[in-house]
Design a protein around this ligand. Structure first.
Ligand SMILES: [Zn+2]
Length: 165
């Protein structure tokens, strides 16, 4: 079965049991999680969240990129969130390449030079990357100055979250 059919079939079962259609738009826990897109990390499950509880922004690395800040700003100004929790994880793919390497791969695979000069936000030090992103969120003029910001490393082998910032 193609993935498309698998998705639609799984969703039929999901929708048949669905009972969370009455949740309000603003997140109940007034918080936003910024996490890596890694398939081994399910942020909501890892910290005990349910539908309607939190915003979850995901990208490669869980980085506080311009677009992540855009989402945090909308989350805070329009939907009342007050906290940001940054979650990076062990064995992250972002530890495995440099900007020059991904740019070369894009050139090789796609024939485009668009990768050069772009920062793909890889990192060499996992815990430092969390501290850097916590600092970026805290210092952004688009983020409320009284925002509570915490940072963690999630261990993909054990499921354990360790606070590092
Ligand atoms: Zn990752």
């Amino acid at each position: 079965m193609a993935l498309r059919e698998e998705f639609l079939e799984a969703n039929s079962a999901f929708a048949a049991e669905f009972k969370d259609g009455d949740k309000p738009l603003p997140p109940a826990r007034k918080a936003l999680i910024l996490a890596c897109m890694d398939a081994r990390l399910h942020p909501e499950k890892a910290v005990g969240l349910h539908i309607g509880d939190c915003h979850c922004v995901r990208n490669a690395g869980g980085r506080a990129s311009d677009d992540a800040i855009r989402s945090i700003s909308i989350s805070q100004r329009l939907l009342g969130t007050k906290e940001v929790h940054v979650i990076h994880h062990t064995d992250c793919g972002m530890l495995t390449f440099t900007n020059d390497q991904i740019a070369a791969k894009i050139k090789e695979d796609l024939g485009t030079d668009a990768g050069y000069g772009r920062d793909f936000l890889p990192f060499a030090d996992l815990e430092q990357s969390v501290r850097d992103d916590v600092a970026t969120v805290k210092s952004s003029p688009l983020v409320a100055p009284d925002t509570v910001v915490h940072g963690y490393v999630y261990d993909v082998k054990t499921g354990k979250l360790t606070e590092v910032a």
